[in-house]
Every structure is written in C-alpha cells, then in structure tokens.
Design a binder for this molecule. Structure first.
Ligand code: GLV
Ligand code: MN
Ligand code: MN
Length: 409
C-alpha cells in the first residue's frame, strides 16, 4: 500500500506543477502549455506501464493494454485532466492517476486480460476554455460534431483547431469512437462535497448524477460616456444583467428539492471604468437530481431574461449544454460494492451533484463511479485536497473490478 500511495502522491505532485497560476491553484486550460506538459507526463507514464498510447482528434489520450481476444471492446478507466481557473490538484487528475495505477498493477502482476484495459485521460471536462463542458467525452461518442467543434472559440477568439495545432496536436485524427469498442467505463472522482468526510467513510459508490444545463445569456445596450450621459438616457447592459442575475437564486429556491443555480462567469464589454457597458455575457448553470426541476427552471430563466428586452436593451439566451440526470449501471455498482467488501473497505452509496464524463459515457457503455472524501467538502478552489490513501483504496477496488470485467488471469 505504501508503494502505491507514494506513486499516487508523486503523480499528483508532478501534475499539480503544470499550472498557469503557480501558488494560486491549478489553472490548466485545454490545449495550453500546461495541458501539453501534463499530456507528455501522462503519455510517458502510460508507456512506462506497458500501454500503447494514442490520441484522438480532440486530444483525448488512450493508453491500451491489449487483451487476448481479438477486436474486443475495452474496459476503460479514467477521468479528465483539465481544470477550472484557480482550481485544485485533484478534480480530474485523481481519476486519471488512479487509472494509471490500475494499469500499473496489471503490469506488476503480469496479468493478461481477455478484454483490453484502457487508461483514458479526457480533455475539456470543465469547459473553462471553450464553454459548455464535457467536451472530450461528448466528442468521443459523437455528441459534438465536427462543425460544432471547429466553431468553438475561447475568450480571445482562438478556435479549438488553432489551439490544438499550437501545441502540436492533430485535429484531423479520428474523433468518434464506436460504442462497440467500449465494454465499460470506471471513473474515480473526488466527492467535491462534505458527505463522505462527515460520515468518515472513505469510499462512495455513485448511484446517480444530477441533470444539468449551461446557458449563456447576452445582454446588449448602448455604450456611452459615464460622465456625460444622464441617468434617464442610458441603456446600460450591466445594470440589466445584474438585475437578472440577482433574481436567479429565487427560481432555484422555488423549485426546491436541492435545485441549484449559479452565475460563475461574466464578461463586460468594453470593460472600461468610465464607459457605460454595451454588452454583458454571463453563464447560468442549473442542476437538479430531478429532470423536471431543471426543465422548469430553464423555462423560468428564459421568461425572466426575455422580460428584460425593452427600452433599448436586448437580451438573448443560448443553451450550451443539457444533460439529463443519469443512473449509473446497476451491475457495476454491485460489483464495486462486492469488491469493496472483499477488501474490507467501508463504503456507502452517494449521488453526485457535479457533472462528470461518466454521465455522458453512461448512454453508450456500462459505467461505474467511485467518490473519495474531499477535505472540508471543498473543490474548484486551491484548497481542494483528498487523501492519497483513499485514492489507493479506490485503485484497489478498481483493480479487482477491472480484473473481473476484463476476465484477467
Ligand atoms: C464539473 O466540475 C461540473 O460539475 O461542472
Ligand atoms: Mn470540476
Ligand atoms: Mn471533475
């Protein structure tokens, strides 16, 4: 266990060096120099662990241990390796590192699987650079088409294809993966909430993941001089946007049952202290375990936003992402519990309030997910921390589960 724990800590420490904001958390935007450094590290480790490495046309990384069966579907283990701005070291990498170590145990024990084992490291789960989120997994299953992918731009107008090319990736590589090549997907993730820590239980077997949507609202007004334009002659886009945002929490509270709504990104144009803003673009993230709540709050948000289109203010709304709540595979959930029991690792069932690549892949293959505790329930911030011992526990459970799913001997 000590060797495994050490190896996990080394990976996490090394990957956390690849940040654009040293000392202020992890900022690892997709197709950035930090992405490239992490990618090279992961590919190197995959090769060291005896895996054949390939990338797809999105830059997702796959490290494969061939099985004895020819052209058989893979048991995939993994997560994403991008981050939010000023995030932590564990959201994403914990799952990729766990997957690497599962492959490491196959290598160490000279196991030959019947079905292939694949370590998967996905891009742009957070959507921090190109918006929406879950891009790597959505792309991989064909939910994000070539045209839509190419049209995505970051805040500076750089396209996905330009950004990929900049770090030497090849966007013309195959993108869509045939679901017939996937036998199962296992993802370890930090809980990002307080439940496991409070219960003092090291492992959560995820039963279901919330439904979520991401909207982008644009408010347009008229720019003008901050000193010379009388208050009754203004069409201030930021005043309108602020008023809308201030009314959003009420919509989630009305829906109840744990429904949440967040505006976390807001861009003001032209963003000058003495200029009346003529445009504001902001995000609205809505989530609930019950799909009807998400749909309900989307409708109410649309009505609210459109009601502000008056007096020289124009509003519009675009839906960047919509995913229904997902129940994870029953068989895999049972297998994860069975393996935890056999290893005498305490576990409980848990639901996920965060979105994960697992929810996208669950429509295409059998998916199972484990959570480990997050210190003080914190995530998406530099203080994010999880115990490498818990990651090691999850590796043990996934190793046994992957052995069963690949029928390794
Ligand atoms: C990913 O962290 C999400 O839940 O948005
Ligand atoms: Mn995240
Ligand atoms: Mn994540």
């Amino acid at each position: 266990m000590v060797e495994l724990k050490e190896s996990i800590e080394n990976h996490i420490n090394q990957i956390s060096e690849y940040t654009a904001t040293p000392g202020k958390g992890t900022t690892r935007l997709t197709y950035s120099q930090e992405d490239l450094k992490t990618r090279n590290y992961l590919k190197g480790k995959m090769r060291e662990y005896g895996l054949q490495v390939r990338e797809d046309g999105f830059g997702n990384i796959f490290g494969k241990l061939e099985g004895t069966l020819k052209d058989a579907p893979s048991v995939m283990v993994g997560s994403h390796f991008d981050s939010v701005p000023h995030g932590g070291s564990y959201d994403g990498p914990a799952g990729v590192v766990a997957a690497l170590e599962v492959a490491g145990l196959f290598a160490k024990n000279n196991l030959t699987p019947r079905y292939p084992l694949e370590v998967v490291a996905l891009v742009e789960e957070e959507g921090a650079r190109f918006g929406g989120g879950l891009m790597g997994s959505r792309g991989m299953v064909g939910l994000l088409g070539e045209g839509d992918f190419q049209n995505l731009r970051d805040q500076n107008g750089v396209s996905t294809v330009e950004a990929m090319t900049e770090i030497g990736l090849d966007p013309s590589l195959p993108k869509k993966r045939d679901p017939k090549t996937m036998k199962a997907f296992l993802e370890l993730h930090i809980e990002q909430g307080p439940i496991l820590e409070e219960k003092e239980i090291p492992i959560g077997v995820v039963e279901a993941i919330v439904g979520l949507t991401q909207l982008e609202v644009t408010v347009k007004g008229q720019a003008g001089h901050a000193g010379t334009t009388p208050m009754d002659r203004r069409a201030d886009a930021l005043v309108a946007a602020a008023s809308i945002i201030g009314r959003l929490p009420e919509l989630a509270r009305e829906a109840g049952e744990g429904t949440v709504i967040t505006t976390g990104r807001l861009n003001v144009f032209p963003n000058g202290a003495n200029v009346i803003p003529d445009q504001v673009v902001f995000s609205v993230d809505i989530r609930s375990g019950k799909e009807e709540n998400v749909l309900n709050v989307i409708e109410k948000t649309k009505t609210l936003v459109h009601s502000y289109s008056k007096n020289r203010i124009q509003t519009s709304l675009e839906q960047l992402l919509y995913i229904q709540p997902k129940e994870l595979n029953r068989g895999i959930r049972s297998l994860l519990k069975e393996k935890s029991e056999a290893l005498e690792i305490p576990y409980c069932s848990i639901n996920s309030g965060a979105g994960h690549d697992a929810m996208v892949l669950s429509d295409y293959t059998d998916v199972g997910m484990l959570f480990i505790p997050s210190k003080n329930g914190l995530s998406h911030c530099p203080e994010e921390w999880s115990d490498s011992e818990d990651i090691a526990r999850a590796v043990g459970i996934f190793y046994e589960t992957a052995k069963s799913l690949t029928e390794a001997e």
